[in-house]
Design a binder for this molecule. Structure first.
Ligand code: FAD
Length: 407
């Protein structure tokens, strides 16, 4: 009997790989082993429509109900260990599954809070559908005092959702400006203003030193370095993720800030690949490793992994892309963060009105771009980056100049 292609993970990279294998005509067995007891689902809606109640559970799942059965993809639960040399994964129920090819798409897990009181009741992280259901229940009646630790994309989306339900929200984070490490001070301040207009309070550069806990074991506040106390009924910890590499590491695969893979997503042992948040691939355009924690990368990685499993020659050379929705501010970002860091910022449009396209220009070329409440330009932004067009920054900033004319 043919050993199956085994895909470990219940997220977007795993589901996309399964779909792509079938689309490419692979008709052998596919075993998809998830950990959470759901069919594969995607995470972006969890902190947006699903959390705010404007989106349905159906929209969270990657495929409609019944897709796996229709496409002969067997769903299982929980991989406990991996035996590389034997080409076998051991499942949590004690059984073993041989594999012809193995894709690890185990994603990432939130960094935990390493502070006294950090494991108190109502100190939460946010990653899974269960987390989203629980948080929605906790926020929905409003009137709670929410302290958010972290001011990245997910933290800011959680802040918006919590305010939408009428809760008080205070954000504590390092640095002067939210999101600054990704998009710089000027654009980070634009987001800060949007949140402040909705009543969010920022305590930037304040260092939390302890979580205060009441007699009932629930959080009562966050103690700050200056001994100030921020009262809280709920503390949301949103200060980044770590790639979920435990399986790979224990099995002896090469791991360094993710499972090390080449541009075709091959790991350090034969017939084993990694894709999505857990992978740290070599990016052929940047000529360095670039681990990516975004939706589009999970899709692109799932597709490339399927190609490689079928001995195809696709490589993961996409321009990183992400999006975020907070209140009425929607944005798409495309580009290479390591190149954008310290590059010249060029704004086309109106920053105060939050309707603009921002470009990061290095050595005369666009290396990243972000459109905020301006739509249908992302293809052009990506084209400028991909074609390494040398731009006149005055024309780039001039909204009357068609981006397509910049060649
Ligand atoms: P995951 O989605 O993390 O899936 C990995 C799966 O593997 C999980 O289901 C996990 O349970 C499973 N697993 C782990 N260990 C095992 C094991 N031993 N056995 C079996 N299964 C295992 N990106 C954007 O670009 N835009 C956004 O707006 C955006 N919003 C986001 C909002 C939230 C709340 C979160 C958490 C992420 C968001 N992202 C966003 C990031 C994006 O969702 C991730 O990059 C994407 O989910 C990565 O997909 P993945 O399949 O690699 O990993």
């Amino acid at each position: 009997m043919t050993s199956p292609f085994v895909i470990v993970g219940g997220g977007l990279a795993a589901a996309t790989a399964a779909e792509e294998l079938r689309q490419r005509g692979y008709d052998g067995p596919i075993e998809l082993v998830a950990a959470e007891g759901f069919r594969p689902y995607q995470r972006p809606p969890l902190s947006k429509e699903y959390l705010t109640g404007s989106g349905s559970l159906d929209d969270v799942f990657v495929h409609p109900e019944g897709w796996e059965a229709e496409h002969d993809v067997t769903l299982r639960t929980g991989v406990a260990a991996l035996r590389i040399g034997d080409h076998v994964v051991e499942l949590s129920d004690g059984s073993s599954l041989p594999f012809a090819k193995l894709l690890l798409a185990t994603g990432a897990r939130p960094r935990r809070l390493d502070l006294p009181g950090g494991d108190a009741r109502e100190v939460r992280t946010f990653r899974t559908l269960d987390d989203a259901d629980a948080l929605r229940g906790a926020l929905a009646d409003g009137g709670r005092r929410v302290v958010l630790l972290g001011a990245g994309w997910i933290g800011m989306e959680l802040a918006a959702a919590a305010r939408g339900y009428g809760n008080e929200v205070a954000v504590i984070a390092r640095g002067r400006v939210p999101l600054a490490s990704g998009i710089g001070d000027e654009l980070g301040l634009m987001y800060r203003r949007a949140h402040e207009e909705h009543g969010v309070v920022f305590r930037m550069d304040a260092a939390p030193t302890a979580i205060e806990v009441g007699a009932d074991g629930a959080v009562t506040g966050v103690r700050l370095g200056d001994d100030d106390l921020l009262p809280a009924d709920l503390v949301l910890v949103a200060h980044g993720v770590e790639p979920e590499t435990a399986l790979a590491e224990t099995a002896g695969l090469d791991v360094d800030h993710g499972i090390l893979v080449d541009e075709r997503l091959r790991a350090s042992a034969p017939d084993i690949l990694a894709a999505g948040d857990v992978a740290n691939p070599y990016h052929p355009v940047l000529r360095r490793r670039l681990r990516n924690e975004h939706w589009a990368n999970a899709i692109a990685g799932g597709k490339v992994a399927a190609s490689t499993m079928l001995d195809g020659d696709a490589v993961l050379d996409d321009i990183p892309y992400l999006y975020s929705d907070q209140y009425d501010v929607g944005m798409e970002y495309s580009g290479y963060p390591p190149l954008a860091d310290g590059a010249q910022l060029v704004i086309r449009g109106d920053l105060a009105a939050r309707e603009l396209v921002a470009f990061w220009v290095r050595d005369g070329r666009v290396v990243a771009g972000m459109n905020v409440n301006v739509w249908d330009v992302n293809d052009q932004v990506q084209r400028l980056i991909r074609e390494r067009v040398v731009v006149d920054t005055d024309r780039l900033a001039d909204a009357s100049v068609d981006l397509a004319s910049l060649t």
